[in-house]
Design a binder for this molecule. Structure first.
Ligand code: NAD
Length: 454
């Protein structure tokens, strides 16, 4: 689906009109292509006094070929330097009076971030802080990052990454993976998010350009939209993809599977025997499934008073109950090995609620519940469980929304545009990497920092 307004404002006449009338000005977002440098310019790395992360983060970034700059040596008044990213280690902030160090770091450089640049603040999870004062100050970091996401514009994203106070080897690998995702064009449409890196088992890849090398990945709903983009992105990153969709979408599914050298499974997830048939297929073909991506979903919108029971049942069954049934069977038969990943697709409707979508929002909020309850339960088995919650993504599903609502959905976010299926796919890809094992129990929105449910 094309965003005609965005194309128009990028034209000569459009630019003039946008400036004169103060209309939304959707920037062209930097998206990932293999071989891209991690950051297309220098990165300014600063730290609050006593920060514990700047040193290891500086090492990862330097090893990844990033040109690092030190705020002590940078003088924005005279050097005119522009940065691909500002990264600040705020873990040394233990009291609200220390928050001034955020201002001191960001204020002089606020106007020197390149278009589609990145802001990343590193903190300590408030629940792990040693005192109420420290927890208070660390919680305050959310307000700063979310505001920067709204303020800097031009496709700049801002995130907060809370890193456990008791990191193990897996934490460091997953922190590196998280920074590689957040600094790159893979996270083009992710902003205003809080990511938690805990402890866990995580394996760095031999090649960060193929972070899923050799992984067997199941993608449900892979015939089109987000699922088809997912199959392509995961295959590009080295995965062997098992693409699943309903028999009625068999032709489209075969096209996707053939294009990426994956296999196609025609199966209705709501069929009684679907979990067992899927388990048999995975066991027979691959002996395991390293990553399960629950992407298949449907909408059957109506206000609650006008909704028939079929609409309620089918949406909850496809979007939520089928995920539970499949997880149960795959876990029971131990087909998801240690180091496995489960990634579910929720929605901002599950966070904010939506008129006419009580069934859908119930199912998608249930997906958040599934992640929150399953992640701790599967920690022992070294299986991570996360969700992504897309906002307005340009697919057939959103093409059906009436024009005025569709335009509102597209513009009411910090990027003034809808996301693309590839943006959701890249985010799921990062959560699926063997290197991301210490990121579990997270719900990451891919919504361009939508105002809904913010
Ligand atoms: P889509 O309708 O284009 O694709 C969904 C796919 O799921 C289809 O190929 C469909 O055949 C498949 N599917 C549906 N029921 C199935 C079943 N019983 N068994 C097997 N496959 C089944 O939708 P999309 O926009 O690509 O959405 C993908 C996911 O993202 C969904 O879970 C959706 O709720 C979620 N999402 C999308 C948006 C958006 O803006 N497009 C926003 C938030 C969340």
């Amino acid at each position: 689906m094309t965003d005609r307004y965005a194309s128009f404002v990028r034209s000569g006449a459009g630019r003039t009109l946008v400036k004169r009338l103060g209309l939304p000005d959707p920037p062209r977002l930097r998206r990932h292509t293999p071989g891209d440098p991690l950051a297309p310019g220098p990165v300014l790395l600063g730290a609050a006094t006593g920060g514990r992360l700047a040193e290891p983060v500086g090492r990862f970034l330097a090893a990844a070929g990033v040109e690092l700059r030190d705020p002590g040596a940078a003088d924005p008044a005279t050097d005119g330097q522009r940065y691909a990213a500002l990264v600040f280690d705020a873990t040394g902030i233990t009291d609200s009076t220390d928050l001034r160090q955020l201002y001191d770091f960001f204020h002089p450089h606020a106007r020197s971030v390149l278009p589609s640049g990145r802001v990343v603040v590193l903190g300590t999870p408030p629940t792990e802080c040693g005192s109420p004062r420290e927890a208070t100050a660390q919680r305050a970091l959310e307000g700063l990052t979310r505001s920067i996401g709204k303020e800097f514009g031009r496709g700049v994203t801002a995130q907060l990454v809370y890193v456990t106070k008791a990191p193990d080897a897996g934490s460091w690998t997953s922190l590196e993976a998280t920074l590689r995702f957040l600094l790159s064009g893979r996270s083009a449409y992710v902003s205003g998010q809080v990511v938690r890196v805990g402890a866990g088992t995580a394996e760095p890849p031999a090649d960060w350009d193929r972070p899923l090398d050799g992984q067997v990945v199941l993608v449900t709903g892979a015939a089109r939209g987000i699922g088809a983009a997912l199959a392509r992105v995961l295959a590009r990153d080295g995965a062997r993809v098992v693409a699943l969709d309903v028999p009625a979408a068999g032709d489209e599914l075969a096209t996707v599977a053939n294009e990426i050298g994956g296999t196609a499974v025609q199966l209705d997830l709501t069929a009684t025997d679907a979990p067992a048939r899927l388990a048999e297929h995975l066991a027979g073909r691959h002996g395991r499934v390293d990553v399960v991506v629950h992407n298949a979903g449907i909408t059957r919108d109506k206000t609650l008073g006008r909704m028939d029971a079929d609409r309620w049942d089918s949406v909850v069954d496809v979007n939520l109950s089928s995920q539970e049934r499949i997880n149960d069977v795959l876990l029971e038969r131990e087909l998801i090995p240690a180091g496995g990943r489960i990634v579910s697709v929720s929605s901002i409707a599950g966070i904010a609620g939506n008129r006419g979508q009580t069934n859908y929002a119930t199912s998608k909020a249930g997906v958040v519940g599934l992640v929150e309850s399953l992640a701790p339960a599967l920690r022992e088995r070294q299986i991570s469980v996360n969700a992504v919650a897309p906002g307005f993504i340009e697919t057939r599903l959103t093409a059906r929304i009436p024009l005025v609502l569709r335009e509102a959905g597209r513009r009411m976010n910090s990027m003034s545009q809808g996301g693309l299926p590839v943006d959701v796919a890249e985010t799921i890809g990062w959560l699926a990497w063997p290197a991301s094992g210490a990121v579990s129990g997270n719900v990451v929105r891919v919504c361009g920092q939508s105002l809904l449910g913010a």
